[in-house]
Design a protein around this ligand. Structure first.
Ligand code: MN
Length: 202
């Protein structure tokens, strides 16, 4: 079964003014769709066909550039849409709030560390909040479409929050002002979804 582009869980303009409609249309309808199509082409007829995206990227041969880039792109964007919401933002509650306080000392300290990971990623990539077995959370970043589930890439653990810092994610509205986009992302974080992913992967 080929991978399919997942629908956005909200309208293209739902994240305005933090992320503009046109960016969302291109990002989902062109970029994410492109990764999906190229991932399917890369695995067609190989022993990866029929496996879940998690199985594919957890057991990835890092030299397989087509699967690395497009499998990562498929997974990363599928997560990205889900961890944002027009009703998001604010401080986390529940188990993820406790895990963040344990790991970083406070929400503000987490915010600072995650923002730094996003702002200092040179070129294209992602900032992540990951959970390890046992429930400890950690912040890291990866280049390109790499993902912490890939062997030896990023901080390990399972990503439960991700921020795309490729220019295609923000350039139309923010141009070179990546820090403003990073700052706006905190108005969108869907902490209910992050809590669900934390509970499922801790
Ligand atoms: Mn992207």
């Amino acid at each position: 079964m080929a991978f399919e582009l997942p629908d956005l869980p909200y309208a293209h303009d739902a994240l305005e003014p933090n992320i503009d409609k046109e960016t969302m249309m291109i990002h989902h309808g062109k970029h994410h769709a492109g990764y999906t199509k190229k991932l399917n082409a890369a695995i067609e007829g190989t022993d990866l066909e029929g496996k879940s995206i998690e199985q594919i990227i957890e057991n990835l041969d890092l030299n397989n550039a087509a699967v690395r880039n497009n499998g990562g792109g498929y997974y990363n964007h599928s997560l990205f849409w889900q961890v944002m919401s027009p009703n998001g933002g604010g401080e986390p509650t529940g188990a993820i709030a406790d895990a963040i306080n344990d790991a970083f000392g406070s929400y503000d300290a987490f915010k600072e560390k995650f923002s730094a990971a996003a702002k200092t990623r040179f070129g294209s990539g992602w900032a992540w909040l990951c959970v390890h077995n046992g429930g400890k959370v950690e912040v890291c970043s990866t280049p390109n479409q790499d993902n912490p589930l890939m062997p030896g890439v990023g901080c390990g653990g399972t990503p439960i929050l991700g921020l795309d810092v490729w220019e295609h994610a923000y350039y139309l509205k923010y141009q070179n002002k990546r820090p403003d986009y990073v700052s706006a992302f905190f108005n969108l974080i869907n902490w209910d979804e992050v809590n669900k992913r934390y509970a499922a992967n801790k």
